[in-house]
Design a protein around this ligand. Structure first.
Ligand code: ADP
Ligand code: GLC
Length: 490
């Protein structure tokens, strides 16, 4: 039975390598959790497909088996797998592909020995299984929406493996981060069913290697990225990471749509992970309680009057840790403030940031690892949020920060530049503090600017916090833009 082949009722197959709350390593997870949900709320028929990694807690999310012995052709062989499903109340259908060879691993993309190395095999399989699932369910999508290099093969399969079932299906490919292109040796071509004719410059080849994101850019019907400013940046050589020429060739089919915030999860009024809920009218009292708890949890001096600067991120170069690490000591030695770090990633950074509390007891707190709960507490209890990114496609934490009355300190790049309005000392308005140079001094001076504002211009702080907390980052707005795009394609 074909569930929907009518084009007046949009249907979308959304494929991603991660989605909150089931599995999340970064912002891709937040977005792949929220966007389908808000499309669903807007009346779109949307089915999400994810890998059933062994790290996913099946019981917690009511994930149950739908059927065994599903089968898809990979290279010259067939792979057999099982399909699982869940649907939380009010949510959209989420399907999971269980296949131990690829997804029964300690973590999602890499372990202590580095990248798993077989990304193209794992994710070519995911994409083909997801498309097979649509057929098995009789779900004929108007749009297949693919995200980042992991699912970049979907647009290609629509064109290369002609199947009448998908005759009316178009593809959208969203670039969440052009810094990660899925660049691997070319040994997966046969298995991934990439024709040698398409392993060429206008296609999947880059310097003799397989580049999955490049193929996504060449073959998708429409390409999007996650903020208007990042869309401009990656059309040029500095932001484009080698792919800007290919994006420029597709410029007419390329747009930037700003991500939203899932306010079911990130809302200081209702957040269940923080000790005290608050809104724009009660933020002073509310944030004070959360700050006290934050100071306690990170063994900082219990002082309500000293500003706390928070930081939550993957500890990788993109996030500006090479600007931040060299100025931490200068900041603590010259300013009355406290710092809190949460993150995991590059080994040197884990050692460096993880070692700070022992060197600056009571002034600096750090937790090396992943903690949903601490990330909410840091947003709720800090006064400022540090995001000195070298580049940032959209960035979610600066938006969460604003909604939690925690003023972001950002480098003016990508989505950070789009979403933060720089403090203007003449008017007292703004929603954060920006710097432009990729330099330690620029970061240091901007932290100093924020710190001085905290002590000397309390009225301005109040105006900025109120302005930030009233910002509208609802997913409804972003989902409506995606719907407009889908509709323009069918
Ligand atoms: P990116 O996707 O580049 O990592 P984003 O700002 O878009 O950056 O999203 C990062 C998301 O991951 C946010 O929801 C952030 O809170 C979360 N996050 C990052 N590191 C951690 C961590 N160590 N613990 C908890 N959450 C984290
Ligand atoms: C990427 C980007 C981040 C963006 C997220 C969600 O991981 O690094 O800036 O917010 O994707 O689109």
């Amino acid at each position: 039975m074909v569930e929907s082949d009518s084009h007046n009722h949009l249907s979308v197959l959304f494929i991603s390598s991660e989605a909150a709350p089931y599995v999340k390593t970064g912002g891709l997870g937040d977005v792949s959790g929220a966007l389908p949900l808000y499309l669903h709320k807007a009346g779109v028929r949307v089915k999400t497909v994810l890998p059933l990694y062994s790290v996913i807690n099946r019981d917690k999310y009511g994930i149950t088996k739908l059927f065994d012995n599903a089968c898809v052709k990979m290279g010259n062989c067939e792979e057999f797998y099982s399909v699982y499903h869940t649907n939380k109340p009010g949510g959209n259908d989420v399907y999971f592909i269980e296949f131990d060879k690829y997804f029964n691993r300690k973590s999602v993309y890499f372990d202590e020995n580095g990248d798993y190395g077989d990304g193209p095999f794992r994710y070519a399989f995911l994409v083909r299984a997801a498309m097979q699932l649509a057929k098995d369910l009789g779900f004929r999508p108007d749009i297949i929406h693919a995200n980042d290099w992991q699912t970049a093969l979907a647009p290609y399969y629509l064109k290369s493996d002609y199947d009448p079932f998908f005759a009316g299906t178009k593809s959208v490919f969203t670039i969440h981060n052009i810094g990660y292109q899925g660049n691997y040796p070319a040994d997966a071509l046969a298995y991934a069913r990439i024709s040698l004719n398409d392993f060429r410059s206008w296609g999947f080849e880059a310097y003799g290697r397989l580049n999955l994101m490049k193929g996504g850019i060449c073959f998708a019907d429409k390409i999007t990225t996650v903020s208007p400013n990042y869309a401009r940046e990656i059309l040029g050589p500095v932001g484009g990471n080698g792919l800007d020429g290919f994006l420029r060739a597709r410029q007419g089919d390329f747009t930037g749509i700003l991500n939203g915030c899932d306010t079911d999860i990130w809302n200081p009024k209702t957040d269940r992970l923080i000790p005290k809920n608050f809104d724009v009218h009660t933020y002073k009292k509310g944030k004070a309680v959360n700050k006290a708890e934050l100071q306690k949890r990170f063994m900082l001096a219990q002082n309500p009057d000293v500003p706390v600067f928070g930081f939550v991120a993957r500890l990788v170069a993109q996030k500006g840790i090479e600007l931040l690490a060299p100025v931490v000591e200068r900041i603590v030695n010259s300013m009355a403030c406290q710092l809190v770090f949460l993150g995991s990633g590059d080994e040197w950074a884990q050692w460096y940031f993880g070692g700070l509390p022992a060197r600056f007891g009571g002034r600096i707190g750090a937790y090396i690892g992943y903690s949903e709960e601490l990330s909410h507490l840091i947003e709720a209890g800090s006064d400022f949020f540090l995001m000195p990114s070298i580049y940032e496609p959209c960035g979610l934490n600066q938006m969460y920060s604003q909604l939690y009355g925690t003023l972001p300190i950002v480098r003016a790049t990508g989505g950070l530049d789009d979403t933060v309005r720089n403090y203007d000392e003449r008017t007292g308005y703004g929603t954060g503090f920006k710097f432009y140079d990729i330099s330690c001094d620029a970061l240091y001076n901007t932290v100093g600017w924020a710190n001085a504002t905290y002590y000397d211009r309390k009225g301005d702080m109040d105006k900025m916090i109120k302005e930030s907390m009233r910002l509208d980052y609802s997913w409804e707005k972003a989902a409506a833009q995606y719907i407009g795009l889908y509709q323009s394609m069918i």
